[in-house]
Design a protein around this ligand. Structure first.
Ligand SMILES: [Zn+2]
Length: 166
């Protein structure tokens, strides 16, 4: 994705209040993120570990999604689980169930969308082999990086559309 600014990020959120978007903690390494290798920007709030965020481009616009981390540590240490975006497998809490409040009326009624995601939201780097999943990644795949990137983007689009109720 193209590099984006702090202001881009804070104004991109579609499913949280303006106040929350203003207060949220940016990624620690924001100054030198590997933008060329990112399909989306995802991170855990450095000041609030149960919160996570995801910012992606959709139809030429930035869409930011605020997420609640609802599980992760409770899984047994040897259990494998898979991220539903990039399909990387992890052990020991490397995947967490995250929920996003839906936009609009559905969100006001408390509707959320749950998704199992890489706990550090570094899907783009796992897919490109720039980061290794602890104890995971044992599933042999014949897909190349380009296909995996496309698949991750497709899954991400589906997720964004679910949150936005379309
Ligand atoms: Zn992932």
């Amino acid at each position: 994705m193209r590099p984006i600014t702090e202001r881009d990020i804070r104004t991109s959120f579609v499913n949280c209040s303006k106040g929350e978007a203003t207060r949220l903690g940016l990624p620690r390494d924001f100054a030198d993120l590997p933008w060329d290798d990112l399909d989306f920007l995802g991170w855990r709030d450095p000041g609030a570990p149960e919160r996570a965020y995801l910012v992606a481009e959709r139809d030429g616009r930035l869409v930011g999604i605020a997420l609640r981390v609802t599980s992760g540590a409770s899984r047994s240490f040897t259990a494998r689980s898979m991220c539903s975006l990039c399909l990387t497998t992890h052990t020991g809490g490397g995947v967490a169930l995250m929920t996003a409040r839906r936009t609009g009326e559905a969100g006001r009624q408390g509707n959320t969308v749950g998704q199992y995601l890489c706990a550090d939201l570094a899907c783009s780097l796992y897919v490109r082999g720039r980061k290794d999943a602890a104890g995971g990644a044992a599933v042999e795949e014949s897909l190349g990086v380009a296909e995996k990137v496309t698949r991750t983007e497709d899954n991400l689009r589906t997720f964004l559309d679910k949150v936005r109720g379309s």
